[in-house]
Write a protein that binds this ligand. Structure first.
Ligand code: AMP
Length: 141
């Protein structure tokens, strides 16, 4: 497996070098909206440590990341009035990984509505800003 590349886009977001629609942050994790959501509310949860994916992350960091992912998932169910929710995570290109900093996808689902294919739709920035504010508020409350 290739080593971690510190110039990946999520590392740049973590360093504040690239903007993101942030919804939650603590000392070990950051969550922000996917700019090409497969459904409204599609959120990515990343560790602040340099991990390429689940194959090289420290187990304690992974355990903490899934705790935060659950927190985001519960809030997203309410904020996006979801009927269900997917948590996805991909490792290496053969498995669909395209950004090489570990992340969990949290995707609220509505009954009977299919997911958009990955990277098939770029959401309006105003919509993302509004959704991020609502999810961030729910996560604070
Ligand atoms: P994966 O295929 O699991 O590596 O997913 C990477 C995800 O990152 C995709 O769903 C992309 O839409 C998303 N993505 C790529 N660049 C950005 C970005 N700058 N901000 C937010 N999401 C992004």
């Amino acid at each position: 497996m290739p080593s971690y590349d510190p110039d990946n886009i999520f590392a740049k977001i973590l360093r504040g070098e690239f903007p993101a629609y942030k919804v939650y942050e603590d000392d070990r994790t950051l969550a922000f909206l996917d700019i090409m959501p497969q459904a409204p509310g599609h959120t990515l949860v990343v560790p602040k440590t340099a991990a390429r994916n689940v194959l090289d992350v420290e187990p304690d960091d992974l355990a903490y990341l899934i705790k935060v992912t659950q927190k985001i998932a519960k809030a997203a169910m309410t904020v996006f009035a979801a009927d269900g929710l997917n948590v996805f995570q991909f490792n290496e290109p053969a498995a669909g990984q395209s950004v090489f900093h570990l992340h969990f996808h949290v995707i609220p689902r509505k009954q009977g509505i299919a997911l958009r294919p990955p990277a098939s739709f770029k959401e309006d920035p105003a919509v993302l800003a509004d959704q991020a504010a609502k999810l961030a508020a729910a996560l604070k409350g």
